[in-house]
Design a protein around this ligand. Structure first.
Ligand SMILES: Nc1nc2c(c(=O)[nH]1)N[C@H]1C(S)=C(S)[C@@H](COP(=O)(O)OP(=O)(O)OC[C@H]3O[C@@H](n4cnc5c(=O)[nH]c(N)nc54)[C@H](O)[C@@H]3O)O[C@H]1N2
Ligand SMILES: Nc1nc2c(c(=O)[nH]1)N[C@H]1C(S)=C(S)[C@@H](COP(=O)(O)OP(=O)(O)OC[C@H]3O[C@@H](n4cnc5c(=O)[nH]c(N)nc54)[C@H](O)[C@@H]3O)O[C@H]1N2
Ligand code: SF4
Ligand SMILES: [Mo]
Length: 692
């Protein structure tokens, strides 16, 4: 029977509404849902990858166990029993020897989000690692400092602003991040049609820069200098809309900025002082907003950057304002279910990194496995993650993983990471699960509630991620988890939410229940600071500001180039690597390099180059282009599927190499534990067989 199912695409943060046409179990088409009030019919090519993942013969359907280098299919019963027994044996010897790593797809599965805790509680572990510390942790720390809750995110009100400045984000490729903004292209077009301006500040002339009014190059990892100069220039002006009285401490910040010379800051980051002044002018006039993302978070100054971005919006009078930064009131309020967050409750064993929101830096995982002594990690549970490809110095981690006494991956592929596991436990297919955008809808440019039931019935003998998580917890403790299903919890949370709707109400609107654009003036009631103010003069950030030294620009080059990343519209980190549709077309795992830098090194477009860093070296084809700033090179992440033991046929043919064999696990933002992936110093040379 033919049917059209309403669904939300859960691949990226945009959460687009899709229409999946099926005939029995066959998927006939995947199209955008024009009636979805948030995505308005938009989809990107990745939506169709859902079908590839669903039908992929390489996707695991049953648990597999590794004995030596041979893999055997086993029953769920056997998998849980053996893992439970092996885990208990390890913890009996050392109760601190286990850890979890929570990967990116957990943010796209409400069932995982609500159930991952059962596993870490069963393990009694404080060794929690996640993709957050190679991503957005600095933004969360800045939220905690300014607003009293790590998950209290404000978002750019793109649909009503007049000026949007994007620093270190590329929504034309990424479809937005910590900003659920499907159909960015048309929203940006509408902004410009109503006379507004889009400005991109990025070391690469990105896809977003191409649709902008203006693009300014910035030297990698120098954003703190840019932001200091911009904040100074904003503070020197009187904003058209005055700063609200629940905001305090700006005078202290201004005093701390006095010692900085705007011209020196501009010179250090490569953005002209008059351009920075022009941006300040725009920021303080009509509705305007500064948005910073991945590129500014993954730096040694990540938290300082995120805090400064917040302060610029605040000082420009754009906080909690229509057309500026708005604070949505979602149907399911994550503030009600997540703790505000704390810093430094415990420290990592080897390097003494502080815990941040209960997590230790992903970059420190390898040393925690390698370093002998009590508390050495011997049992690791990876939940929907691929840290060998996604965390800095993945090659070191890869080697460390092979030393574990027990590794369990919850994943549907035997990939670069899970090939090291002793057990891989696969969840149901991507169309066989339900979906609610628990973490993403609260950051949407239009507030909606949308629920997707499973499009296809799960195959017999398969389990949902949340059932696997509970199964593991039960097997480890010997006590089955007794709790409401995720669906029941979802219903209860919606009912107790701000709009008091039930899941049935939401399901009655298959394209999504619409609550309209976020209203301004919501922040005071949502603030979680003790005195309900936004305290700008955060002591730790001020300390970091005081320690910031502006380099002498004359301190010149020593031949090193600075490495940055990039995303392509047809990838999603590493998890679409085996999609037939997404891998078609030219090789995208290339080294982008400026013609001047290429010529100086004898590097020719299309030919192989070698890139070296402190951590390692890789070889890949060069893509010589003026779209990248001189002195900078770019390599995308999520590649490197050629390692022995990977069982992904399509991915193997488009293996690429892993940029995280170059990134540095010792480079960390001390305020958040986030990896500094941007601005890694590398040497680049033309590839010579003899040196390979
Ligand atoms: N150099 C560099 N490194 C980066 C980045 C960068 O820009 N540059 N980006 C960083 C960012 S932002 C992130 S978020 C991280 C991502 O880091 P990770 O989360 O570690 O990596 P992913 O590639 O997203 O891997 C997700 C894994 O989950 C599996 N998976 C997909 N869907 C499901 C599901 O529903 N259930 C289960 N159980 N498994 C599933 C996939 O097969 C894949 O193995 O990478 C980071 N690493
Ligand atoms: N198609 C696609 N979409 C995705 C993903 C994907 O892999 N593919 N991943 C998803 C995930 S997990 C996330 S977190 C989001 C991320 O979403 P975005 O934050 O939009 O991520 P990127 O596209 O990596 O954009 C980062 C930008 O920062 C720039 N940059 C790098 N270093 C610096 C620097 O030092 N300073 C400045 N100012 N800029 C710098 C890069 O050139 C790049 O343009 O995307 C999500 N969406
Ligand atoms: S933009 Fe993101 S959510 Fe929308 S269709 Fe593409 S991958 Fe799916
Ligand atoms: Mo991410």
């Amino acid at each position: 029977m033919r049917r059209i199912h309403h669904r939300t695409c859960h691949i990226c943060e945009a959460n687009c509404g899709i229409l999946v046409e099926t005939e029995d179990r066959a998927v006939l088409s995947i199209k955008g849902d024009p009636d979805n009030p948030l995505s308005r019919g938009h989809i990107c090519p990745k939506a169709t990858a859902l079908q590839d993942l669903q039908e992929d013969p390489d996707r695991l359907r049953r648990p597999v166990k590794r004995v030596g280098e041979t893999w055997h299919e086993i029953s769920w019963q056997q998998a849980f029993a053996e893992i439970g027994q092996r885990t208990r044996a390890i913890l009996a010897e050392d109760p601190d020897a286990s850890a979890v790593y929570i990967g990116n797809p957990n943010a796209h599965s409400y069932g995982n989000a609500l159930n991952a805790e059962y596993l870490s509680k069963a393990l009694h572990t404080r060794n929690k690692f996640s993709a957050s510390t190679v991503d957005q942790m600095p933004h969360q720390v800045a939220n905690l400092r300014l607003f009293g809750h790590a998950s209290l995110f404000g978002i750019p009100d793109i649909d009503r602003t007049q000026t949007l400045i994007i620093l270190g984000g590329n929504p034309m490729a990424s479809n937005g991040s910590i900003w659920t903004v499907p159909d960015f292209r048309n929203r940006a077009r509408e902004l410009r049609q109503r006379g507004g301006t889009l400005i991109v500040v990025d070391p690469r002339r990105t896809e977003t820069a191409r649709v902008a009014d203006r693009h300014l190059f910035i030297r990698p990892a120098t954003d703190a200098f840019f932001l200091v100069a911009l904040l100074k220039a904003v503070l020197a002006r009187r904003p058209a809309r005055p700063v609200q009285d629940f905001i305090t401490g700006l005078a202290d910040v201004a005093a701390a900025l006095e010692r900085f010379d705007a011209a020196a800051c501009g010179a250090a980051c490569g953005v002209a002082a008059e351009d920075i002044d022009g941006l300040a002018e725009r920021m303080t006039q009509g509705p305007a907003v500064l948005y910073g993302r991945m590129g500014v978070a993954t730096q040694a100054h990540g938290t300082l950057n995120a805090w400064l971005i917040g302060l610029i919006n605040i000082a420009a009078g754009q906080l909690d304002r229509e057309g500026g930064i708005v604070f949505p009131l979602p149907a399911l309020d994550t503030l009600a279910i997540l703790p505000p967050g704390s810093i430094g409750k415990h420290r990592s064993r080897v390097s003494g990194h502080r815990s941040v929101l209960g997590e230790l830096p992903a970059a420190a995982m390898a040393e925690e496995i390698e370093t002998p002594g009590p508390g050495r990690l011997r049992a690791l549970f990876v939940v929907a993650g691929n840290p060998v490809l996604s965390t800095p110095n993945g090659a070191r981690l890869d080697k460390a993983l092979s030393e574990l006494d027990l590794m369990v991956s919850i994943d549907m592929y035997r990939n670069a990471t899970s090939r090291r596991a002793h057990y891989i436990l696969p969840p149901v297919g991507p169309l066989e699960r339900d979906h609610y955008g628990l973490f993403l809808l609260p950051m949407a440019v239009r507030t909606i509630a949308a629920y997707s039931p499973p499009t296809l019935a799960p195959e017999d003998g398969t389990l949902q991620d949340w059932e696997i998580l509970r199964g593991l917890a039960g097997a480890i403790t010997g006590e089955p988890v007794q709790a409401p299903t995720p669906r029941e919890t979802l219903d209860a949370l919606l009912r107790s939410g701000p709009y008091a709707v039930s899941l049935a109400d939401v399901e009655a609107a298959p394209s999504g229940l619409d609550f309209g654009p976020p209203a301004e003036g919501r922040l005071p009631e949502r603030l979680r600071t003790p005195d309900k103010t936004v305290a700008c003069a955060d002591p730790e950030c001020l300390e970091a500001l005081a320690a910031l030294e502006v380099p002498e620009t004359s301190a010149g080059h020593d031949g090193a180039l600075l490495l940055i990343g990039r995303r392509h519209l047809r990838t999603n980190n590493s998890w679409l690597a085996n999609s037939r549709r997404m891998t078609k077309g030219p090789n995208r795992c290339t080294l982008m390099i400026h013609p001047d830098d290429a010529t100086a090194r004898g590097i020719v477009d299309g030919e192989t180059a070698t890139v070296r860093s402190r951590a390692g070296s890789i070889t890949l084809p060069a893509e010589v282009t003026e779209d990248i700033m001189p002195g900078t090179v770019s390599i995308p992440h999520g590649w490197g599927h050629g390692l022995p033991g990977i069982a992904m046929q399509t991915a193997k043919a488009y293996a690429g190499v892993s940029v995280n064999d170059l990134t540095d696990e010792t480079a960390i933002d001390p305020l958040s534990g986030n990896a500094a992936l941007s601005g890694v110093r590398v040497e680049v040379s033309a590839f010579e067989e003899a040196t390979a």
